[in-house]
Structure formats: structure tokens, C-alpha cells
Design a protein around this ligand. Structure first.
Ligand SMILES: Cc1cc2nc3c(=O)[nH]c(=O)nc-3n(C[C@H](O)[C@H](O)[C@H](O)COP(=O)(O)O)c2cc1C
Length: 307
């Protein structure tokens, strides 16, 4: 897929994941084959009024190929103003979050709440588009509580979006059930702009199923948690390197920017994901869950991966 001369290469994309897709994780996913990576969602209001708070979230890695910054908010003028924030300077594309179902976002009329107000959503896209020097995209779900993805996708296209991403579930569904690939295929058929398909790609067979919808790109979220090597596996470059070295690399990047105490707590979930789905790892998972230091957890993971 090519958007305004930006070539998406293998069209494999790491999803935006708040609290997960940190700069270290994005770096290892990029090394292992993700050709585009998203920031965690960034509040437009925070970027304008308290930029220090957002600064750490906008650190990017030189290994990231296409860097996409994702913003969220509900006020067209504030969102358009945020496009000028120096915090977004590193990104080649700005994505607007219209799919987040988290109550604290939805109650402010942001994220997937915008799928209930197409006029406002359209105004946000067109105002951002008017001032942006880089392409604008939109990530959304099927709808809030029913499938309106075709109508919503057309609105995005008419409002000026350069491409869209569909996570094929409603907000009410959360993460339950299975993503509706038929809806993704229909959206692809009815739009002229590129469509990225998202939801439940976790292995080769689900990847093939997603590609069969005709999408221009495939976005992977939870399938990469604890398994950044999924990208090389899907590209038929089965990963033969040392997985423990990848984990260490992830940690080393983060240590350049974050305080060790904060990281110790933050990294626990990543370490537990790295140690999941491995036979005989249950004891090690218990030890990681209560480990007081990163180095101790790394020793456990080394034992597991170098067995
Ligand atoms: C922990 C977590 C955080 C997420 N944060 C964001 C976010 O900041 N912005 C966004 O658009 N989607 C976010 N998502 C949704 C994912 O980008 C993706 O749409 C969803 O997980 C479905 O894809 P998957 O089945 O490949 O995981 C998040 C998902 C998870 C699990």
C-alpha cells in the first residue's frame, strides 16, 4: 500500500496499544518485520496544555520505518491545533482514534463515542486534514453498538482521510466474539482509499484469512504481545535468532528513557507475556509475577528461552 508516496513495504503493521506499544517494543517489532508502527494514543488536550506529560510517549526509534502518531479528542479545533504540536514532528502520518471503547474515553465523547455522531467525526477529520502537512487516517470499529462501518468509512473518505483501519468489532463487544472479516471485505470493496484490516490476527492461518478480505494492510495487536517475532513468522522468515536477546533489547531501549523503579512494574506484564505459551513455564511465571527487579526477571526468562 502506498499513501502519498509513503510505501508501506510488507504492509504489516503494529497496532497502537496504550500501555503496551512502548518505544522498545516498537523497535523490536520493527527489527522483526513490522513496516509501520503506531504510537500509543495521545490526548490532543494534554499535548497542548501539558506537553511534558506526553513527551515520553512520543519518543520514536530510528528502527521504526513508517511512524504513525495516533491522537484522540472530541473538539475539532483543539484536535486541529494539536497537529502543530512539536511532539508530532517525528510522525509521517497522523491517525485519529475513533475506536477506543474504554469508558473513561467514551464518557468524554472521544474514541468510539464519535461513531455515534458522524457530523462531529467528519468535522474532526476535515479540520485536521485542512491543517496537516502529512496524511491523515482514521481507526474505527464496526460501530458503537451496531455495524455502521460502511457508512462511517465512506464519511471518512469524503472528509479527506487518506486511509482507514477497521477493527471489526463494535465498542459494545469489547474484545468478545470474533472480528467480522466479512465486514472488512465489504468496506474494502466500497472505498477508494486503502483499508487496513484489524482483529484477531495471531498466526499464519488468521493472517491468510485477513489477506483474503482484500485489505491493503494487516494490523496486529495482541498477537504481538510477548511475540514480536510474529512479524517475521508471517513473512515466512521463521525467526531462528535468540528470543532472549530480543527481550533484552526491548528492555535496554526502555532503560535509556525510563526510571528503573517505574520500569520494574511496567515491564512485568511484558515479561509475563514473553513467558506465556511456553511449556513448563508456570513456575517461572509465578516467580516473575513477584520478582522485585528487572535483572532477576531477565534471569528467569534467560533460563526459559535458553533451555
Ligand atoms: C492493551 C491494549 C491497548 C490498546 N490501545 C489502543 C490505542 O491506544 N489506540 C487504538 O486505536 N487501539 C488500541 N487498542 C486496540 C488495538 O489497536 C486493536 O485494534 C485491537 O487489539 C484488535 O486487534 P488485535 O486482535 O490484533 O489485538 C488497544 C488494544 C489493547 C489490547
Amino acid at each position: 500500500m502506498i499513501v502519498n508516496k509513503i510505501n508501506f513495504g510488507n504492509n504489516l503493521i503494529l497496532a497502537p496499544m496504550a500501555g503496551v506499544s512502548d518505544v522498545g517494543f516498537r523497535e523490536v517489532c520493527s527489527i522483526l518485520g513490522a513496516d509501520a508502527t503506531y504510537s500509543e494514543m495521545l490526548s490532543c488536550r494534554a499535548m497542548l496544555h501539558n506537553p511534558k506529560k506526553t513527551e515520553l510517549m512520543t519518543i520514536t526509534s530510528p528502527f521504526e520505518k513508517i511512524k504513525i502518531g495516533q491522537i484522540f479528542g472530541h473538539e475539532p479545533s483543539i484536535m486541529a491545533q494539536s497537529i502543530f504540536s512539536p511532539l508530532l514532528n517525528n510522525y509521517q502520518i497522523i491517525d485519529i482514534n475513533m475506536g477506543c471503547p474504554a469508558p473513561k474515553i467514551v464518557k468524554n465523547g472521544e474514541g468510539c463515542a464519535l461513531m455515534k455522531d458522524l457530523t462531529l467525526a467528519s468535522k474532526i477529520i476535515s479540520e485536521c486534514k485542512k491543517v496537516s502537512k502529512v496524511p491523515i487516517s482514521v481507526k474505527f470499529r464496526l460501530g458503537y453498538n451496531q455495524d455502521i462501518s460502511l457508512e462511517f468509512g465512506r464519511m471518512c473518505e469524503e472528509s479527506g482521510a487518506n486511509f482507514v483501519t477497521l477493527h471489526a468489532r463494535t465498542a459494545e463487544q469489547g474484545y468478545s466474539g470474533k472480528a467480522n472479516y466479512e465486514a472488512i471485505a465489504k468496506l474494502k470493496q466500497s472505498l477508494h482509499i486503502p483499508v487496513i484490516g484489524n482483529g484477531d490476527v495471531i498466526d499464519k492461518s488468521s493472517y491468510k484469512e485477513m489477506l483474503a478480505t482484500g485489505v491493503d494492510g494487516v494490523m496486529i495487536g495482541r498477537g504481538a504481545q510477548g511475540r514480536p517475532w510474529i512479524f517475521s513468522e508471517l513473512l515466512d522468515k521463521s525467526f531462528n535468532g535468540n528470543k532472549f536477546e530480543i527481550i533484552k533489547h526491548h528492555v535496554e531501549v526502555l532503560r535509556k528513557y525510563y526510571d528503573e523503579n517505574w520500569l520494574t512494574l511496567y515491564l512485568r506484564k511484558h515479561f509475563l507475556w514473553y513467558a506465556s505459551n511456553i511449556e513448563g513455564a508456570s513456575q517461572i511465571r509465578l516467580k516473575i509475577a513477584i520478582s522485585p527487579s528487572i535483572n532477576e526477571s531477565l534471569e528467569y526468562l534467560k533460563e526459559l528461552f535458553n533451555k
